[in-house]
Design a binder for this molecule. Structure first.
Ligand SMILES: Nc1ncnc2c1ncn2[C@@H]1O[C@H](COP(=O)(O)OP(=O)(O)OP(=O)(O)O)[C@@H](O)[C@H]1O
Ligand SMILES: [Mg+2]
Length: 544
């Protein structure tokens, strides 16, 4: 039998430079972190002749060997527990030549020292507290340093200029000692500009921002349907199981504590909503809050007036409720009825929008996710009927059939025993299916009155509306209006279209005129209002 055992192969050292992404930001984060871990309150950064010099006022380096110990750390025990250092940070400077001075000693780490060659630690007589690092790098400008310094809690000075400093969370953040962090929920709009920068995208980025003593990461977690809540998590320095993924430390490890963190965030989100005092959460979320011990008020009544809402252009006929009309006197479509026919909802809407009533008839639509709230429990529309008179004219228009009838009546029966019935100028009718098929095509019914009362768009909505695949909206709208004009003209009589076409062409005649005659040869005579006459001869007749 032979045994095997985990070990670190020294070859890893030769690849240490690839443990990091190689970005300037990455180096700034690591070096600031070491200074903070050494207890520094101030870090002074200077850019000089292609060199970067970083001085901190921390406790200094005790064991220089730890600097080149990949995987080994020299921090105190408490820090080991709270921050779980990995002993790799300094290797972000590989393969640079780095001079480090601290506690009366100094070392120069040459390129080959990063991969295993020894480096001499010598005395450095100038007494000075803290640690100084010096290495070649592109300039560590204040602009780049400040975003990594703002939440680190130390004073950071770049080339004599102080970086801004801000608390990551306010005093009202909720302390979760079991997770070693404080959690604060905020509305997106209340985020500070510095917090926004933590997100990958400043406005639409992930909503959970975590601060590891200056190093920040973000991820997305939205326990409730409200989209504009942001959660700030600030590590306190207490022992914690929240871990950054190594070596880049740009995201959290999804371990057991991470799950507890998500649970804590969910709870804090509900508590935040409770403190705010109002919400539009679904009923399921309302119950979930209750389960977590957070007794929320009911959601703010959330509904749209007018049943047919679609993203499709154009808009349907608008239905406006009288001012301050109580929701409790509105109606919802019954779920069964909705399933039975696509057009009951449309007809109920048209009845409400175009009909006349003694008391208002206002159908509203409420998302089913709100079922359960007392305000969502409205009387329902249980049956909708459409009856109509003699057919006057019919044609295929755009993507459907338009039929003009001499009158239309829509009637709705509600669950509280009421009947709303009115003449309307538009409705949808689906004839009974033909034998052998289950399918029949719906017809858009209009009365002659519709021509004056409704805009072309309000009719267009029911005949397919704008199609993405076709021309621009304006062009399609124009084409539909023209087709609808022809429909109305044909309703009046077969000659009406010709008459309109001829009259339309006289539009361009100026000045004022009273008679135009036209011969079959194409000669035109215009009699103007002032008595003058002008004859326009066709080129062919003038040649004869
Ligand atoms: N500014 C400093 N002041 C005092 N000691 C330091 C400083 N920078 C580095 N050290 C010492 O060098 C060791 C190695 O630092 P390095 O950044 O490589 O690893 P680490 O900080 O322990 O772990 P991590 O991988 O999380 O950064 C530290 O553990 C510490 O003992
Ligand atoms: Mg470090």
């Amino acid at each position: 039998m032979n045994t095997i055992k985990a070990c670190v192969n020294p070859r890893l050292l030769t690849k240490a430079d690839r443990l990091f992404t190689g970005t300037l930001s990455g180096r700034i984060i690591e070096i600031l972190q070491n200074a903070r871990r050494a207890g520094a309150t101030k870090v002074v950064i200077n850019n000089q002749d292609g060199l970067v010099i970083v001085r901190d006022n921390g406790q200094g380096i005790e064991d220089f060997a730890k600097l080149l110990d990949l995987g080994g750390s020299g921090w105190e025990d408490a820090l080991e527990v709270s921050e779980d250092p990995a002993g790799v940070g300094l290797f972000c400077l590989t393969p640079r030549k780095v001079t480090i001075r601290s506690n009366g000693r100094m070392v120069t780490i040459e390129a080959e020292c990063w991969t295993g060659q020894p480096a001499d630690v010598r005395d450095y007589p100038q007494p000075r507290s803290g640690t100084i690092l010096q290495f070649a790098d592109e300039p560590w400008t204040r602009e780049i340093v400040e975003r990594h310094a703002v939440f680190c809690g130390m004073q950071v000075i770049v080339d004599d200029q102080s970086c801004p400093s801000e608390n990551f969370v306010s005093d009202s953040a909720a302390h979760h000692p079991e997770l070693g962090c404080r959690i604060e929920v905020r509305a997106d709009k209340d985020l500070s500009d510095w917090h926004r920068r933590v997100r990958t995208d400043r406005y639409y980025g992930p909503n959970v921002l975590v601060n590891f003593h200056g190093q920040t990461v973000s991820f997305d977690y939205r326990p409730v349907s409200e989209r504009d809540l942001c959660i700030q998590v600030d590590l306190t320095g207490e022992p914690t199981g929240i871990r950054l993924m190594l070596p880049a430390r740009t995201r959290l490890v999804e371990n057991e504590t991470y799950k507890q963190l998500l649970a804590a965030i969910e709870l804090e989100v509900y508590r935040y909503i409770l403190r705010r005092g109002h919400h539009t959460l679904t009923y399921k979320e309302f119950l979930r809050a209750q389960e977590l011990g957070v007794q929320l008020p009911e959601a703010k009544p959330t509904y749209t007036i007018g049943l047919i809402r679609s993203d499709m252009a154009p808009e349907p006929v608008e239905l406006a409720a009288p001012k301050d009309f109580p929701l409790s006197e509105c109606y919802r479509m019954s779920a069964e009825l909705l399933k039975s026919d696509d057009f009951v909802e449309t007809n109920a809407h048209l009845l409400a929008a175009l009909g006349t009533f003694v008391a208002p008839f206002i159908p509203v639509s409420i998302q089913h996710s709100y079922d359960g709230y007392s305000w969502a429990n409205l009387p329902t529309i249980d049956r909708v009927e459409v009856s109509f008179g003699k057919e006057l004219h019919s044609d295929y228009l755009w993507s459907g059939q338009l039929v003009c009838v001499d009158h239309i009546v829509i009637t709705a029966h509600t669950s509280n025993g009421k009947t709303f019935s009115s003449s309307v100028c538009m409705g949808i009718h689906r004839p009974p299916p033909e034998r052998d098929t289950k399918w029949s095509e719906e017809r858009v019914l209009v009365t002659p009155e519709c021509r004056e009362r409704l805009s072309a768009c309000e009719i267009w909505f029911h005949l397919g509306g704008w199609s993405e695949d076709g021309d621009t909206y304006d062009t399609q709208e124009f084409e539909f209006s023209e087709a609808l004009d022809r429909f109305w003209a044909e309703l009046i009589g077969p000659d009406e279209n010709l008459r309109r076409q001829l009259v339309r062409e006289t539009d361009q005649i100026e000045p004022e005129w009273h008679t135009v005659t036209i011969t079959s040869k194409g000669d035109v005579t215009i009699h103007f209002a002032d008595g003058a006459t002008k004859t326009l001869q066709s080129p062919s007749s003038s040649k004869e």
